[in-house]
Ligand binder design. Structure first.
Ligand code: NI
Length: 227
């Protein structure tokens, strides 16, 4: 399932990100792709070890840790330090599946990629093309969001970024290992949590029906979460 999270960053934050990113040194993204991905990847990336990437990445992770919709949807155990890319001049990334396991930068610790995230940092009218296309059980879904908005999709899905034919598409991307690896279970928990959250204002906080439903959520989470 694709989950969109609006306004992860405010427009002011996006502006502040862009002022720095637009003057940054971008390098060829193919250098960091796996053997297969290298042939389909044509974009630019920011140096992962650079101060700017680390500072902006930390800011994103801090914001996400205070975003209830993200926590509910991803149930994150580990968030890969956010990376940044830029597509321009026909830049594209052909169909691929993200690597299942990744080493955390500068560490021997590995994480499993359950969810992939793209946080858009350019407004849709700044560029043509650059849609994120994700293949799912009901066909291809096309994603192009406002700057500051983010999409989460299963890392297991085949996805691509269509060629950018005008302007530049700037985004942050990263992966999440979830406490609940199974997508069906994670989606059920998300749906249940969202239903409870939407119902809650209509009930007294000690209403037994609400208490019981909240209990069901936690007891399912206890069953399915692997810490
Ligand atoms: Ni990918």
């Amino acid at each position: 399932m694709l989950i969109t999270i609006d306004k992860v960053l405010t427009k002011e934050q996006v502006l502040q990100f862009r002022q720095q990113l637009d003057h940054a040194d971008w390098s060829d993204g193919a250098a960091t792709a796996g053997t297969l991905a290298k042939s389909v990847k044509r974009n630019q990336q920011l140096d992962d070890n650079g101060e700017l990437c680390i500072a902006l990445g930390n800011q994103i992770v801090r914001t996400l840790s205070q975003t209830p919709l993200f926590i509910s949807a991803a149930l994150p155990r580990t968030i890969y330090p956010p990376k940044f890319n830029r597509y321009a001049d026909g830049g594209t990334y052909g169909a691929h599946v993200d690597s299942a396991l990744m080493f955390l930068p500068g560490s021997s610790q590995q994480m499993r990629t359950d969810l992939s995230a793209t946080l858009f940092l350019a407004e849709p009218d700044e560029y043509d093309g650059g849609e994120l296309e994700v293949e799912g059980p009901f066909g291809v879904q096309c994603v192009k969001l406002e700057a500051g908005d983010m999409v989460l999709y299963p890392s297991s899905s085949l996805h691509r970024v269509t060629p950018v034919t005008r302007g530049a598409r700037v985004a942050s991307f990263f992966w999440i290992e979830s406490l609940v690896a199974n997508e069906t279970e994670r989606t059920l928990l998300f749906d249940l949590d969202q239903s409870v959250q939407h119902m809650a204002p209509s009930f007294a906080p000690d209403d037994q029906r609400l208490v019981q439903l909240t209990g069901v959520y936690h007891n399912l989470l206890r069953r399915w979460a692997k810490t």
